[in-house]
Write a protein that binds this ligand. Sequence first.
Ligand code: IVH
Length: 826
Amino acid sequence: MTSDATARQRISELRQQLSTASRAYHERDELLIPDAEYDALMRELEALEAAHPQLDSVDSPSHQVGGRPSSRFAEVVHAVPMLSLGNAFSEEEVRDFVRRIDERLGRAQLLFSAEPKLDGLAISLRYEDGVFVQGATRGDGSTGEDVSANLRQIRVIPDRLDGEGWPAVLEVRGEVYMPRADFEKYNEQARLHGGKVLANPRNGAAGSLRQLDPKVSAQRPLSFYAYGTGEVNGGELPATHSATLAQLDRWGFPVSDLCRVVEGADGLLDYYRDIGARRDGLPFDIDGVVYKLDDRDGQQAMGFVARAPRWAIAHKFPAQEQTTTVEAIEIQIGRTGAATPVARLQPVQVAGVTVTNATLHNADQIARLDVRVGDAVIVRRAGDVIPEVVSVIAERRPEGTQPWTMPAACPVCGAEIVREEGAAAWRCSGELSCPAQRKETIAHFASRRAMDIDGLGDRYIETLVDAGIVRGVADLYRLSRDQLLHLKLVLDAADPSALAASLKPHLPAEGSGAVLNAVLRLDGDAANWRAQALALPVAFEWNTKKIATRWADNLIAAIDASRDATLERLLFALGIEHVGESTAKALAQWFGDLELIRQLPWPLFKRVPDIGGEVARSLGHFFEQEGNQQALDALLKVGRVRIRDSHLPSAKLRDGLDLAQLLVEAEIPGITRLRAEKLVAAMPSAQQILDAEPEHFVAAGLPEDTARGLAQWLEGDNHGQLLLKGEERMRELLQLAPELAAQPAGPLDGRTAVLTGTLVRLTRDAAKARLEALGAKVAGSVSKKTAFVVAGSEAGSKLDKAVELGVEVWDEERLLAFLAEHGQQP
Ligand code: IVH
């Protein structure tokens, strides 16, 4: 082939690709190829056309602006066309741009308006006699779409101009954009509720503006910056672009405060670097900066080329979106157990950084995008937001790919991965045994409201875990005074040599050299030199003149004291998802015994008032994990933790402890209490139900679809076991729980109290405990049902509310008198 034929073919390919992508983008807000790639293809086309002028053609995408207007909106013919800008990607191209102007104008000094190039949608706003009459998109540059109704929803676009002196007809041009934070917030909501996720803020802006229903566009937070003018009639604008922007600002248009007037190529390049350094911190996306010759006479003298003015140019930043390939999709388990899918990518440069991983947010997002291993995808890295996969390039999908599904087991600890009900989130249920959750679990376990191990701060826990000394909560009970003092020296030292110096006085003269050398060999720049230092085996001879040992002694005492635990605190300390203090307390009150609780199938937890399906399932999942059970055993046996207040299950449990209720609580589709009773009347044991056929269920009185549903449910994972085990545990509970005897009535039985303000003689927690001991329920907010409010000093709105509702108010004195009267010490 001759080079001409090769060029002809390549030009035709490029034109095809570019115009398809451009139409999809401008007419349907669809991104077929990322910007950077589009720009590269466009430059290749322009270069080929320049080298082969005989192959150039007026309808080439290189001479076109944007897309054709969509027929859904009325057309608006722009009196002054809306042009595009040429691009510069290097310093050299910027200097060429300035040189061209310099050569043509021959001025002593060239001043430019330098502005951020916002990544949104170009818009023209028409004002007649100072009133907004019409707004349009750019469309193909000469005809755009009338999107006035949607533009009126944008708060910062003035309906009416401020001040005076505006031309009778004034068209203001600028960019409609979606602020980054609003974009993130919008997508977070969309992901949560399964709505359409926006690929990037620009798509968000374009999509919203081209909504047919202005109410829909009103829900998407858009903003606007003015950067120029179109038609101007019946009045004058200032002679420079910068003064025009200042005038637009006075008339009420938002103008970016990043706009500057700078001199010559060096001024432009300084500006580029300055804005580039600030790019990530800006509240909106920019894809470059724009330079415009400031004076209008000069602009006129320079004139235009096909698509763009010769007096202005866009200087692009490295693109924030790039194409790459998904090599794997893995699950990352966060500190709290949240399972987040992450795409491992073929390394790619995005905005100056090599990206090898990108978040896929959650399983729903993967399903929505249908991302598969092997796919070509567009990744985006904007600002300090974690890189994310925004879309799949469907045309480039290789053969034989498979849809992705969430793995069943945690990649770190092997526990089951469970879905949070109603939410898009998945999490690992190996709370106590999952290394990924270790630090968080241990910190929670030791915290004041849990096991209350005073003095064991997060920093200590981190280093102990990193050193491998503490692997699970039970290991806390194995910590020695030596280890704690060692830890203190390690954390107090600024670097390995400082540590060696502070260790020295505590080492036996013989053999200390080896230890000190090992410490000095640690790399002080490495993140975990402290953990390594702590992991070194050292025999100490403490020199108590050189180290304060009180802290370690106190901590050992606190650890020791925590061995003597209440059931409620221990249950809370386990860190089971959704089990807060009040749930832990209720569980302790109702079941009374950890050995019993840890064997319960999940539906039985629902016997406790206020525990619903979600909390019950979470408890069930927790205790089903082998690792969690082992960690509990270690805590009780190795850690010698003892529960001091175990008791028999509450007599109140007897109510509703029957097979029919178990069937209801197991959330079997269609099974109501009434139907369950019919079923149990015909088949009084779980085994009989398991052995039955759907027609037996119908014979027992179930509707046909419910009978089928039940049969199907019974085949589901472990559902049969759940019923058998549930039945067995119920029987045990019935044996253990005492007969329902009339309980002595507390003086506050059935009454609700609210605490507010600061009490002097006792803490709020103590006041709450005393009131509860007398039968009261202590609530967080005041309502008509509140029996009385205890108001300490500086009580605020709750007290006002009580007064407003006529609820009785007690001061601290009255509370103390009441407690004393009923045998409660403050
Ligand atoms: S001036 C004749 N100034 O960039 C000059 N454009 O291809 C026309 N843009 O879609 C544009 N920020 O919407 C200009 N400060 C700025 C800009 C800007 C963003 C957009 C514009 C157009 C594209 C230029």
